[in-house]
Ligand binder design. Structure first.
Ligand code: ADP
Ligand code: MG
Length: 687
């Protein structure tokens, strides 16, 4: 899709942008001819060669050290990117996990903690994790020197546990509230560190932290080995980030970022996934902390204050939230700006000051103004380039007329979809049964003592004036709202009060009246999220990609394409377009496709044809009918009576939250109460 050639150079008066695009295309043509994978590989190889040769090229220890630090910040940015960029959880206290990782290694890799020796320590001594130190005139002490290589994953794991601990009570909060709570954690951790001097040496900081050792070679204070280690770690974290991003887990995170409620309604367990993002981000920071403290040999609480959290956040905003190469670039740029460019610039300003004899200029210290510079960067990015230097989602060129015409025409819904099967229920069991369902919002009773039975394989139309409680009824059935009274049974099982993701798992999928697509995800990704409840891959599987996960991913994609094909050429040619770029009618179709992807038994459609013209409406009605023929039971809220009449086996009418009529369409239309509800009392009298 990315290789779609630009619109043919128009012979009409070519506007300057079009001409420029044509010129760029001509220049890039030879590059374009190389297949995309080969291009990517070549780019990657060049980048790796550069990273490898960098210390040999610059040769200046200070510069290599700055590069190693910049890479450490790239690791932090990659971690925070999972939390903020992927899952959309604004974390203002990310430095807390950096501190935790640093102090955990600092404490077990230095002589800060020296308990008296007892034989309990013996096994650890055999393992080489501690040693027995003789002290003149006192009892023997334990010296901890747990290996750096052990603590790199160890501290990551520990930080992840803290992530779970901090996240569990707070992740129910959203947006601003979450940001404020995380800000609190970011403040608490350095305070705790400062006030537990026995463990952390308080404000003075830890000293003499062991540097890593490899094959008998100790890293010490030379920067080259740290540079290479950091480069390897960054490469590893980039790999992990990419694997996660393109997986079931990554898509669920992005779904939460885009629309939490819709994510839940598509089967994403929001609490679990948010905790996972938080823990994963914390793990990245924990490993970075260990690296950083080992490199410096020291750690003080001041190294992990609020400005660090802000700096990492600025890196992400600069590079592009959610974009893996973007955040790495952002981190490297900002860190190198700080350590190289600002120092050089300060020298130049001083020189200028001497030249023009200005005292003021000679005293400027630009490095001190870094926070001001961060602020300016943030303002400029928000004003001119919100998506960052390397945006996370590429915009796809709209389809040309020829492309649209070349696609097979509409109406191509096949006789069956492989994933929708009609599994017969025990005789007499309704697909859905609600009894006495009631929901109040303050003084309004939106749904009042509602009872409704929906038999398998039927299409039931739910109609009623605006505000009669239809959408609220859907929310109660799908777990978005909890009823004040009454029960909901799905295929005989009581599902009242279950969270929305559990209800999708049991077989109810829905669409929303006010569209709730994942706007910044592609059409295909939207549908893939719909499959969340039917797939199993976890984070480890997503990273390691064993055969089973690969197979699952392939099947999921095949199924998604099959579902998109329900709508013929409406969605298929646009699979790689962002959902936000779709027309209104196509968005409605995509919502239906996303719901069908979850392989439901019962499909709830909330005004699916709203905003469609008569031809599109009838097309959709036909498609809903065919879904029903394949075995889906459908409950449909609809205002267009011709649709309701043609496809419903039964119609139920709500008014002020109460069911006022139920039966075949023509019976219902003759019902006095229904006419009154729709047209008012006088009209009913005239009929
Ligand atoms: P319909 O879908 O039939 O048009 P709704 O179910 O959206 O009707 O609304 C039914 C009634 O409940 C309306 O009076 C509406 O104002 C009210 N209502 C719906 N949701 C809420 C809510 N979250 N808070 C307060 N009132 C609500
Ligand atoms: Mg409604």
């Amino acid at each position: 899709m990315a290789d779609v050639s630009p619109a043919p150079a128009s012979d009409l008066e070519a506007a300057p942008p079009a001409r420029r695009a044509a010129l760029t295309a001509a220049l890039l043509a030879p590059v374009r001819r190389i297949p995309e994978t080969a291009r990517k590989r070549a780019g990657l190889a060049l980048l790796m060669a550069f990273a490898l040769l960098f210390p040999l090229i610059v040769r200046n220890a200070g510069d290599i050290d700055a590069a190693a630090n910049a890479l450490a910040f790239a690791m932090l940015a990659l971690g925070l990117n999972i939390v903020v960029g992927f899952a959309g959880l604004l974390d203002l206290g990310y430095a807390a996990f950096f501190a935790i990782g640093a102090y955990i290694y600092g404490m077990v890799g230095s002589t800060q903690i020296t308990p008296p020796w007892t034989d309990v320590w013996q096994p650890l001594q055999w393992l080489g994790l501690v040693s027995r130190a003789h002290v003149a005139g006192g009892p023997d002490l334990v010296h901890l020197h747990v290996s750096f290589w052990l603590m790199l994953p160890g501290a990551a794991l520990a930080a992840a546990c803290f992530g779970l601990l901090f996240g569990a009570p707070t992740l129910r909060l959203r947006g601003d509230y979450l940001a404020i709570v995380t800000l609190g954690f970011g403040e608490i951790v350095p305070i705790v560190v400062r006030n537990t001097p026995d463990w952390t040496n308080g404000p003075m900081g830890l000293n003499g932290v062991n540097s890593p050792q490899m094959f008998g070679f100790r890293f010490g204070v030379t920067s080259i080995p740290y540079y290479y280690l950091a480069a390897v770690l960054v490469a590893l974290l980039i790999f992990v980030s990419y694997r996660l991003k393109d997986s079931r887990i990554g898509r669920a995170w992005m779904a939460i970022r885009e629309d939490e409620i819709a994510a839940g309604a598509m089967g994403v367990n929001r609490t679990r996934l948010k905790l996972m993002a938080f823990a994963m981000g914390a793990a990245f920071a924990g490993a970075t902390g260990t690296f950083y403290v080992a490199k410096l040999g020291t750690a003080t609480p001041d190294m992990f204050q609020f400005p660090v959290s802000v700096m990492v956040l600025v890196m992400i905003v600069l590079g592009g939230m959610g974009s893996v190469p973007g955040v790495v670039l952002g981190a490297l740029l900002l860190q190198l700006l700080q350590s190289w460019f600002l120092q050089d610039l300060t020298q130049w300003v001083h020189a200028l000051g001497r030249l023009v004899g200005s005292q003021g200029l000679q005293q400027v210290e630009l490095v001190q103004t870094i926070e001001l510079i961060f602020g300016i960067i943030l303002v400029l990015m928000m004003l001119y380039r919100r998506e960052g230097l390397i945006p996370a989602s590429r915009t796809t060129a709209p389809l040309s007329l020829t492309e649209q015409a070349a696609m097979p025409s509409r109406g191509g819904i096949g006789a069956s979809l492989s994933g929708i099967r009609d599994v017969p229920l025990p005789a007499g069991t309704p697909m859905l049964e609600v009894r006495g369902l009631t929901k109040r919002f303050g003084g309004i009773t939106a749904v009042k003592d509602l009872g409704l039975t929906i038999l398998p394989r039927t299409v039931v139309g739910l109609i009623g004036p605006n505000g009669s409680g239809k959408t609220t009824f859907f929310n109660l059935v799908t777990g978005l709202d909890a009823p004040d009274a009454g029960r909901v049974f799905l295929m005989g099982e009581d599902v009242t009060g279950l969270p929305s993701h559990a209800i999708v798992e049991r077989g109810i999928a829905r669409t929303f009246q006010s569209l709730r697509l994942f706007a910044n995800m592609t059409v295909l990704e939207n549908v893939l999220v719909g499959m969340h409840a039917r797939t199993r891959a976890n984070a480890v599987g997503a990273v390691l990609l064993p055969r089973s996960v690969r197979a699952e991913e392939r099947d999921t994609r095949e199924w998604a394409m099959e579902v998109l094909a329900i709508f013929g050429n409406r969605l298929l040619p646009r699979v790689n377009h962002l959902a936000s770029s779709l027309s209104y009618a196509n968005r409605r179709r995509l919502e239906i496709a996303r719901a069908v992807a979850s392989r439901p038994r019962l499909l709830l459609l909330d005004e699916p044809t709203a905003g469609m013209n008569p031809a599109e409406t009838m097309e959709l009605a036909e498609q809903i009918r065919s879904l029903n023929t394949m075995g889906l039971t459908v409950l449909l809220i609809e205002h267009k009576l011709n649709v309701v009449n043609t496809i419903s086996d039964k119609v139920a009418v709500l008014d002020y939250g109460e069911k006022i009529a139920e039966g075949r369409a023509e019976e219902v239309h003759r019902n006095e109460d229904v006419i009154r509800a729709y047209l008012g009392r006088t009209a009913a009298a005239r009929v």
